[in-house]
Design a protein around this ligand. Structure first.
Ligand SMILES: Cc1cc2nc3c(=O)[nH]c(=O)nc-3n(C[C@H](O)[C@H](O)[C@H](O)COP(=O)(O)OP(=O)(O)OC[C@H]3O[C@@H](n4cnc5c(N)ncnc54)[C@H](O)[C@@H]3O)c2cc1C
Length: 389
């Protein structure tokens, strides 16, 4: 089969190092964790030690100062190798909010420890049970009291909270009715969960269809030092949006990696499985869905590249980040379905890893932003159609 990674020659070394690391974490490793819904501690430790999770942190803060395209290549390779970056991807992009909007003192205090792996910034608390996709309607409040903010409310789907020292939290500091505009009145905080556990924050794990370490958080008069407010009070929604573009680009890269894994696995099986006296891959009915999934993956890959380049250049990339996420999630889902179908009954057997990856990649039709919400964004902001919500 043709090489599935024909572009990005300058990133060949990064890709090769990630592949070498991932080779130490084969299907058996992920299957065992999946059964127990256990966190891939050793895998995350190996990525941290190799410096991959600090790819986007500038060298002056101890990171590797790589580009967004390099970070995307890292996440893509992890997924193309059959591993799962969901255990740690937030460590890469969540710190962007601190890097782009934090004060010099905050950056100097937190970024070197995040880069070295001494502190984990894996948790990102935006979604709430009652407001869901309607982020501006969130209800968690942060009220200033002297040199602290007092946080009350709850978050849902705060992934990796049990495996993170820090949480990037979005909360309302000005009531919606009193805010200067629809998007004002929300603020971002860096919460040190090591100090907070048992004193204002409680974490309830949620068991899901795939191994994702996600949780529900409850805040009960949690005291956060005012110095942990990122940027200006009330402007947090804007800061979070720019971080969300990075998140969409990197998760789109993961979906491209998943699609590559499913396509390679389906093509290999179609060549080797003989039924009716010939390989199943000799039938066009089996070939064509794999070929179509390949075409979809390549198109998505180009959009990820374009979005990453725009983000890197500091240019507006809202449309491209959303397009990349939409196309890549659709490509990985088409490839997953095709791979399962190509494997016939064996696709459902745990030992082939297809059913596990199938469950894992399905998430990206819904999170971190659902397909419908991306289509609404494109309709309104790119095509100028009337706002639908
Ligand atoms: C495993 C997992 C991990 C996650 N990790 C995190 C995390 O770490 N941090 C975090 O903050 N969040 C996280 N999320 C939350 C995720 O971002 C949300 O689930 C997602 O944004 C969708 O929101 P919702 O679940 O509230 O769905 P809803 O907003 O309730 O939407 C339900 C359905 O209705 C559709 N819908 C809603 N409104 C409209 C509309 N106006 N037009 C058309 N369709 C519409 C949606 O597309 C969706 O299909 C995670 C979710 C999951 C499942």
């Amino acid at each position: 089969m043709a090489e599935l990674h024909p572009v990005d020659e300058d990133l060949a070394q990064v890709r090769e190092s990630v592949r070498a690391l991932c080779a130490k974490f084969p299907g058996e490793y992920w299957r065992a964790l999946d059964r127990e819904r256990a966190y891939p501690k050793d895998f995350v430790a190996a990525l941290t030690e190799a410096g991959f999770l600090a790819a986007l942190i500038p060298e002056e803060y101890g990171g590797s100062g790589l580009t967004t395209a390099a970070a995307a290549a890292i996440m893509e390779e992890i997924h193309a190798a059959g591993c799962n970056g969901a255990a740690c991807h937030a460590q890469m992009y969540t710190m962007g909010t601190l890097l782009r909007h934090g004060s010099a003192a905050q950056k100097a205090r937190w970024l070197p420890a995040i880069a070295s792996g001494e502190l984990r910034l894996q948790a990102f608390g935006v979604t709430e049970p009652t407001s869901g996709s309607d982020t501006l309607n969130l209800r968690t409040t942060a009220v200033r009291e002297g040199d602290h903010y007092i946080i009350n409310g709850q978050k849902i789907w705060t992934s990796r909270a049990e495996h993170s020292d820090l949480l990037l939290l979005l909360a309302r500091t000005t009531p919606r009715e009193a805010a200067a505009s629809r998007t004002d009145g929300l603020s971002v905080f860096l919460v040190d969960m090591r100090l907070a556990q048992g004193t204002g924050i409680s974490i309830n794990p949620i068991r899901t269809m795939m191994n994702h370490a996600t949780t529900q958080l409850f805040f009960d008069d949690l005291r956060v030092p005012a110095e942990n407010l990122i940027g200006e009070e009330g402007k947090g929604f804007r800061y979070i949006l720019s971080g969300m573009n990075a998140e969409r680009i990197l998760i789109a890269a993961e979906c491209v990696g998943d699609a590559k894994w499913f396509i390679a696995k389906a093509a290999a099986y179609a060549k080797e499985r003989v039924v009716f006296g010939r390989p199943i891959g000799q039938n066009q009915g089996v070939q064509f869905p794999i070929a179509r999934a390949y075409a979809q993956m390549r198109a998505a890959e180009l959009m990820v590249r374009e979005a990453a380049a725009l983000y890197q250049a500091g240019r507006d990339c809202g449309a491209e980040a959303n397009l990349a996420k939409l196309l890549a999630a659709d490509a990985s889902w088409a490839a997953a379905d095709t791979c399962l179908q190509t494997h016939g009954g064996f696709g459902f057997a745990e030992e082939f890893d297809v059913e596990r990856k199938f469950r894992e990649t399905r998430l990206y039709q819904t999170a971190p932003i659902s397909t419908n919400l991306i289509l609404s964004y494109l309709a309104e902001h790119v095509l100028g159609l009337p706002r639908s919500y």
